[in-house]
Design a protein around this ligand. Structure first.
Ligand code: S3P
Length: 448
């Protein structure tokens, strides 16, 4: 399990041109939801392209602990034989969600309206993250929670035996919170209403509709109003998981900063609530194109083509775009280091409560590699050094955070000197084939 064992340092050396086709793994958000909704449907849900990273595998184990049968057929093909809404059994062991905030928060939601007691834990990163944002709305359904101070894991939730539906305005832009409330609403009678002021990724809404739930989404003065009718019988689905835009970000950004590169990243999910990074890169002057746009499994998809882009300019990233690229700011800050001029990233307070405090983690590592960074509570800026100006040569801490580790590996590909992270093992949580995939394109990565 990543992040639980001995740290393994990883170094990225200046790369030859990166070329070829980068087939990145399945979408992490959709993979978690496929397993969970599959477990809440009646019958066999068939999934292809499931992300087999540690985060998702932990969710698969949890669904088994709740009584669903989960079968791995190999090659990313899985089946889930669901027990139906309200059919969860009480697990006889603690549910360990490893590093995954999405896993634990969604699972808390889906069990909170069943009369079972479940104890959750995770790794050091997850056990430090705030859970009250989820347990507060779950309490409105009637669930009871006992956890550590500050609303942190380990934590036990006793689900409501007679849940009441809720109307909840999500106070932070978080798809995990929204989704936890919707999943809880599945087993409450009547209508559960969730209102989000800013649109966040909408995979839960799309997939709930796909599984046959009655769900509507309306824009109002309050924001996006999502109404779900409880206690449906969910119908099993055949799901082809699109490739993850958040993983595609790494080969795309590596190509933009590595001289001579030309990389094709096929079949990437471009749901508008997820694609903000790619538009930001285009705004900076990146040579990035969307080829062969199409629809797959209810999601817009295209092939991304990224070429070396020595003329990128720093920009002010529109704050209203933050939710659609929240996981991509670490790697964007690396690209910003290779642009000319300042890149300003505002409205990003949520970055401080991810797998690590991502503003702090990136600022430290960028400075260790000669890049000037300024930061405030909900903003940060990076002073670009131009295409040949990033010295590198630094060692960075990854803080049990996969995206921090991968971002600094990308930096090493374009920097003048190698870049090291103290621990590359967290990468397996979301992108288990990162090393062979990047090496196959021409990256030079070494352990230690
Ligand atoms: C996710 C939501 C986001 C994101 C995470 C995946 C999801 O978290 O950072 O990687 O699948 O719902 P927040 O809900 O905390 O913004």
């Amino acid at each position: 399990m990543s992040g639980h064992g001995t740290p393994i340092p990883m170094t990225s050396h200046r790369a030859a041109p990166l070329t070829g086709v980068a087939e990145v793994p399945g979408d992490k958000s959709i993979s978690h939801r496929s397993l969970i909704l599959g477990a809440m449907a009646v019958g066999e849900t068939k999934i292809s392209g499931l992300l087999e990273g540690d985060d998702v595998l932990d969710t698969a184990k949890a669904m088994q602990a709740f009584g669903a049968e989960v079968v791995n057929h190999g090659g990313g093909n899985w089946s889930v034989f669901g027990v139906g809404v309200g059919g969860f059994a009480e697990p006889d062991q603690v549910i360990d969600c490893g590093n995954s905030g999405t896993g634990v928060r969604l699972i808390m939601g889906c069990m909170a309206t069943s009369p079972i007691a479940v104890t959750f834990t995770g790794d050091a990163s997850l056990n430090g993250r705030p859970m009250a944002r989820v347990t507060d709305p779950l309490a409105l359904f009637g669930a009871k929670t006992v956890g550590r101070s500050g609303g942190r894991l380990p934590m036990t939730i006793v689900g409501a035996a007679q849940p009441t539906p809720v109307r909840y305005v999500v106070p932070v832009p978080s798809a995990q919170v929204k989704s936890a409330v919707l999943l809880a609403g599945l087993n409450a009678p009547g209508q559960t209403v969730v209102i989000e002021k800013e649109a966040t990724r909408d995979h839960s809404e799309r997939m709930l509709a796909g599984f046959g739930a009655e769900i509507t989404v309306e824009d109002s003065d309050e924001g996006r109003v999502i109404t779900l009718t409880g206690q449906p019988e969910l119908k099993p689905q055949v799901i082809a998981v699109p490739r993850d835009p958040s993983s595609a970000a790494f080969p795309v950004c590596a190509a933009l900063i590595t001289p001579g590169s030309d990389v094709l990243v096929p079949g990437i999910g471009l749901n508008p609530t997820r694609a903000g990074l790619f538009y930001t890169l285009q705004d900076m002057g990146a040579d990035l194109t969307f080829e062969n746009p199409r629809e797959e499994g209810g999601e817009p998809v295209a092939d991304l083509r990224a070429r070396y882009s020595p003329n990128m300019q720093g920009i002010a990233v529109p704050p209203e775009r933050a939710a659609s690229m929240i996981d991509e700011y670490p790697v964007l800050s690396v690209v910003a280091s290779f642009a000319t001029g300042k890149t300003m990233m505002a409205g990003v307070k949520e970055l401080r409560v991810k797998e690590s405090d991502r503003i702090d983690a990136m600022a430290r590592g960028l400075r260790a590699n000669g890049v000037m960074v300024e930061e405030g509570e909900d903003w940060w800026s990076v002073e670009g050094l131009g295409p040949d100006g990033v010295q590198g040569g630094g060692t960075c801490e990854s803080f049990l955070d996969h995206r921090i580790a991968m971002s600094f590996m990308v930096m090493g590909m374009g920097a003048q000197n190698p870049v090291t992270v103290d621990d590359g093992t967290p990468i397996t949580t979301s992108f288990p084939i990162f090393e062979p995939l990047m090496t196959g394109l021409g990256a030079k990565l070494s352990q230690a």
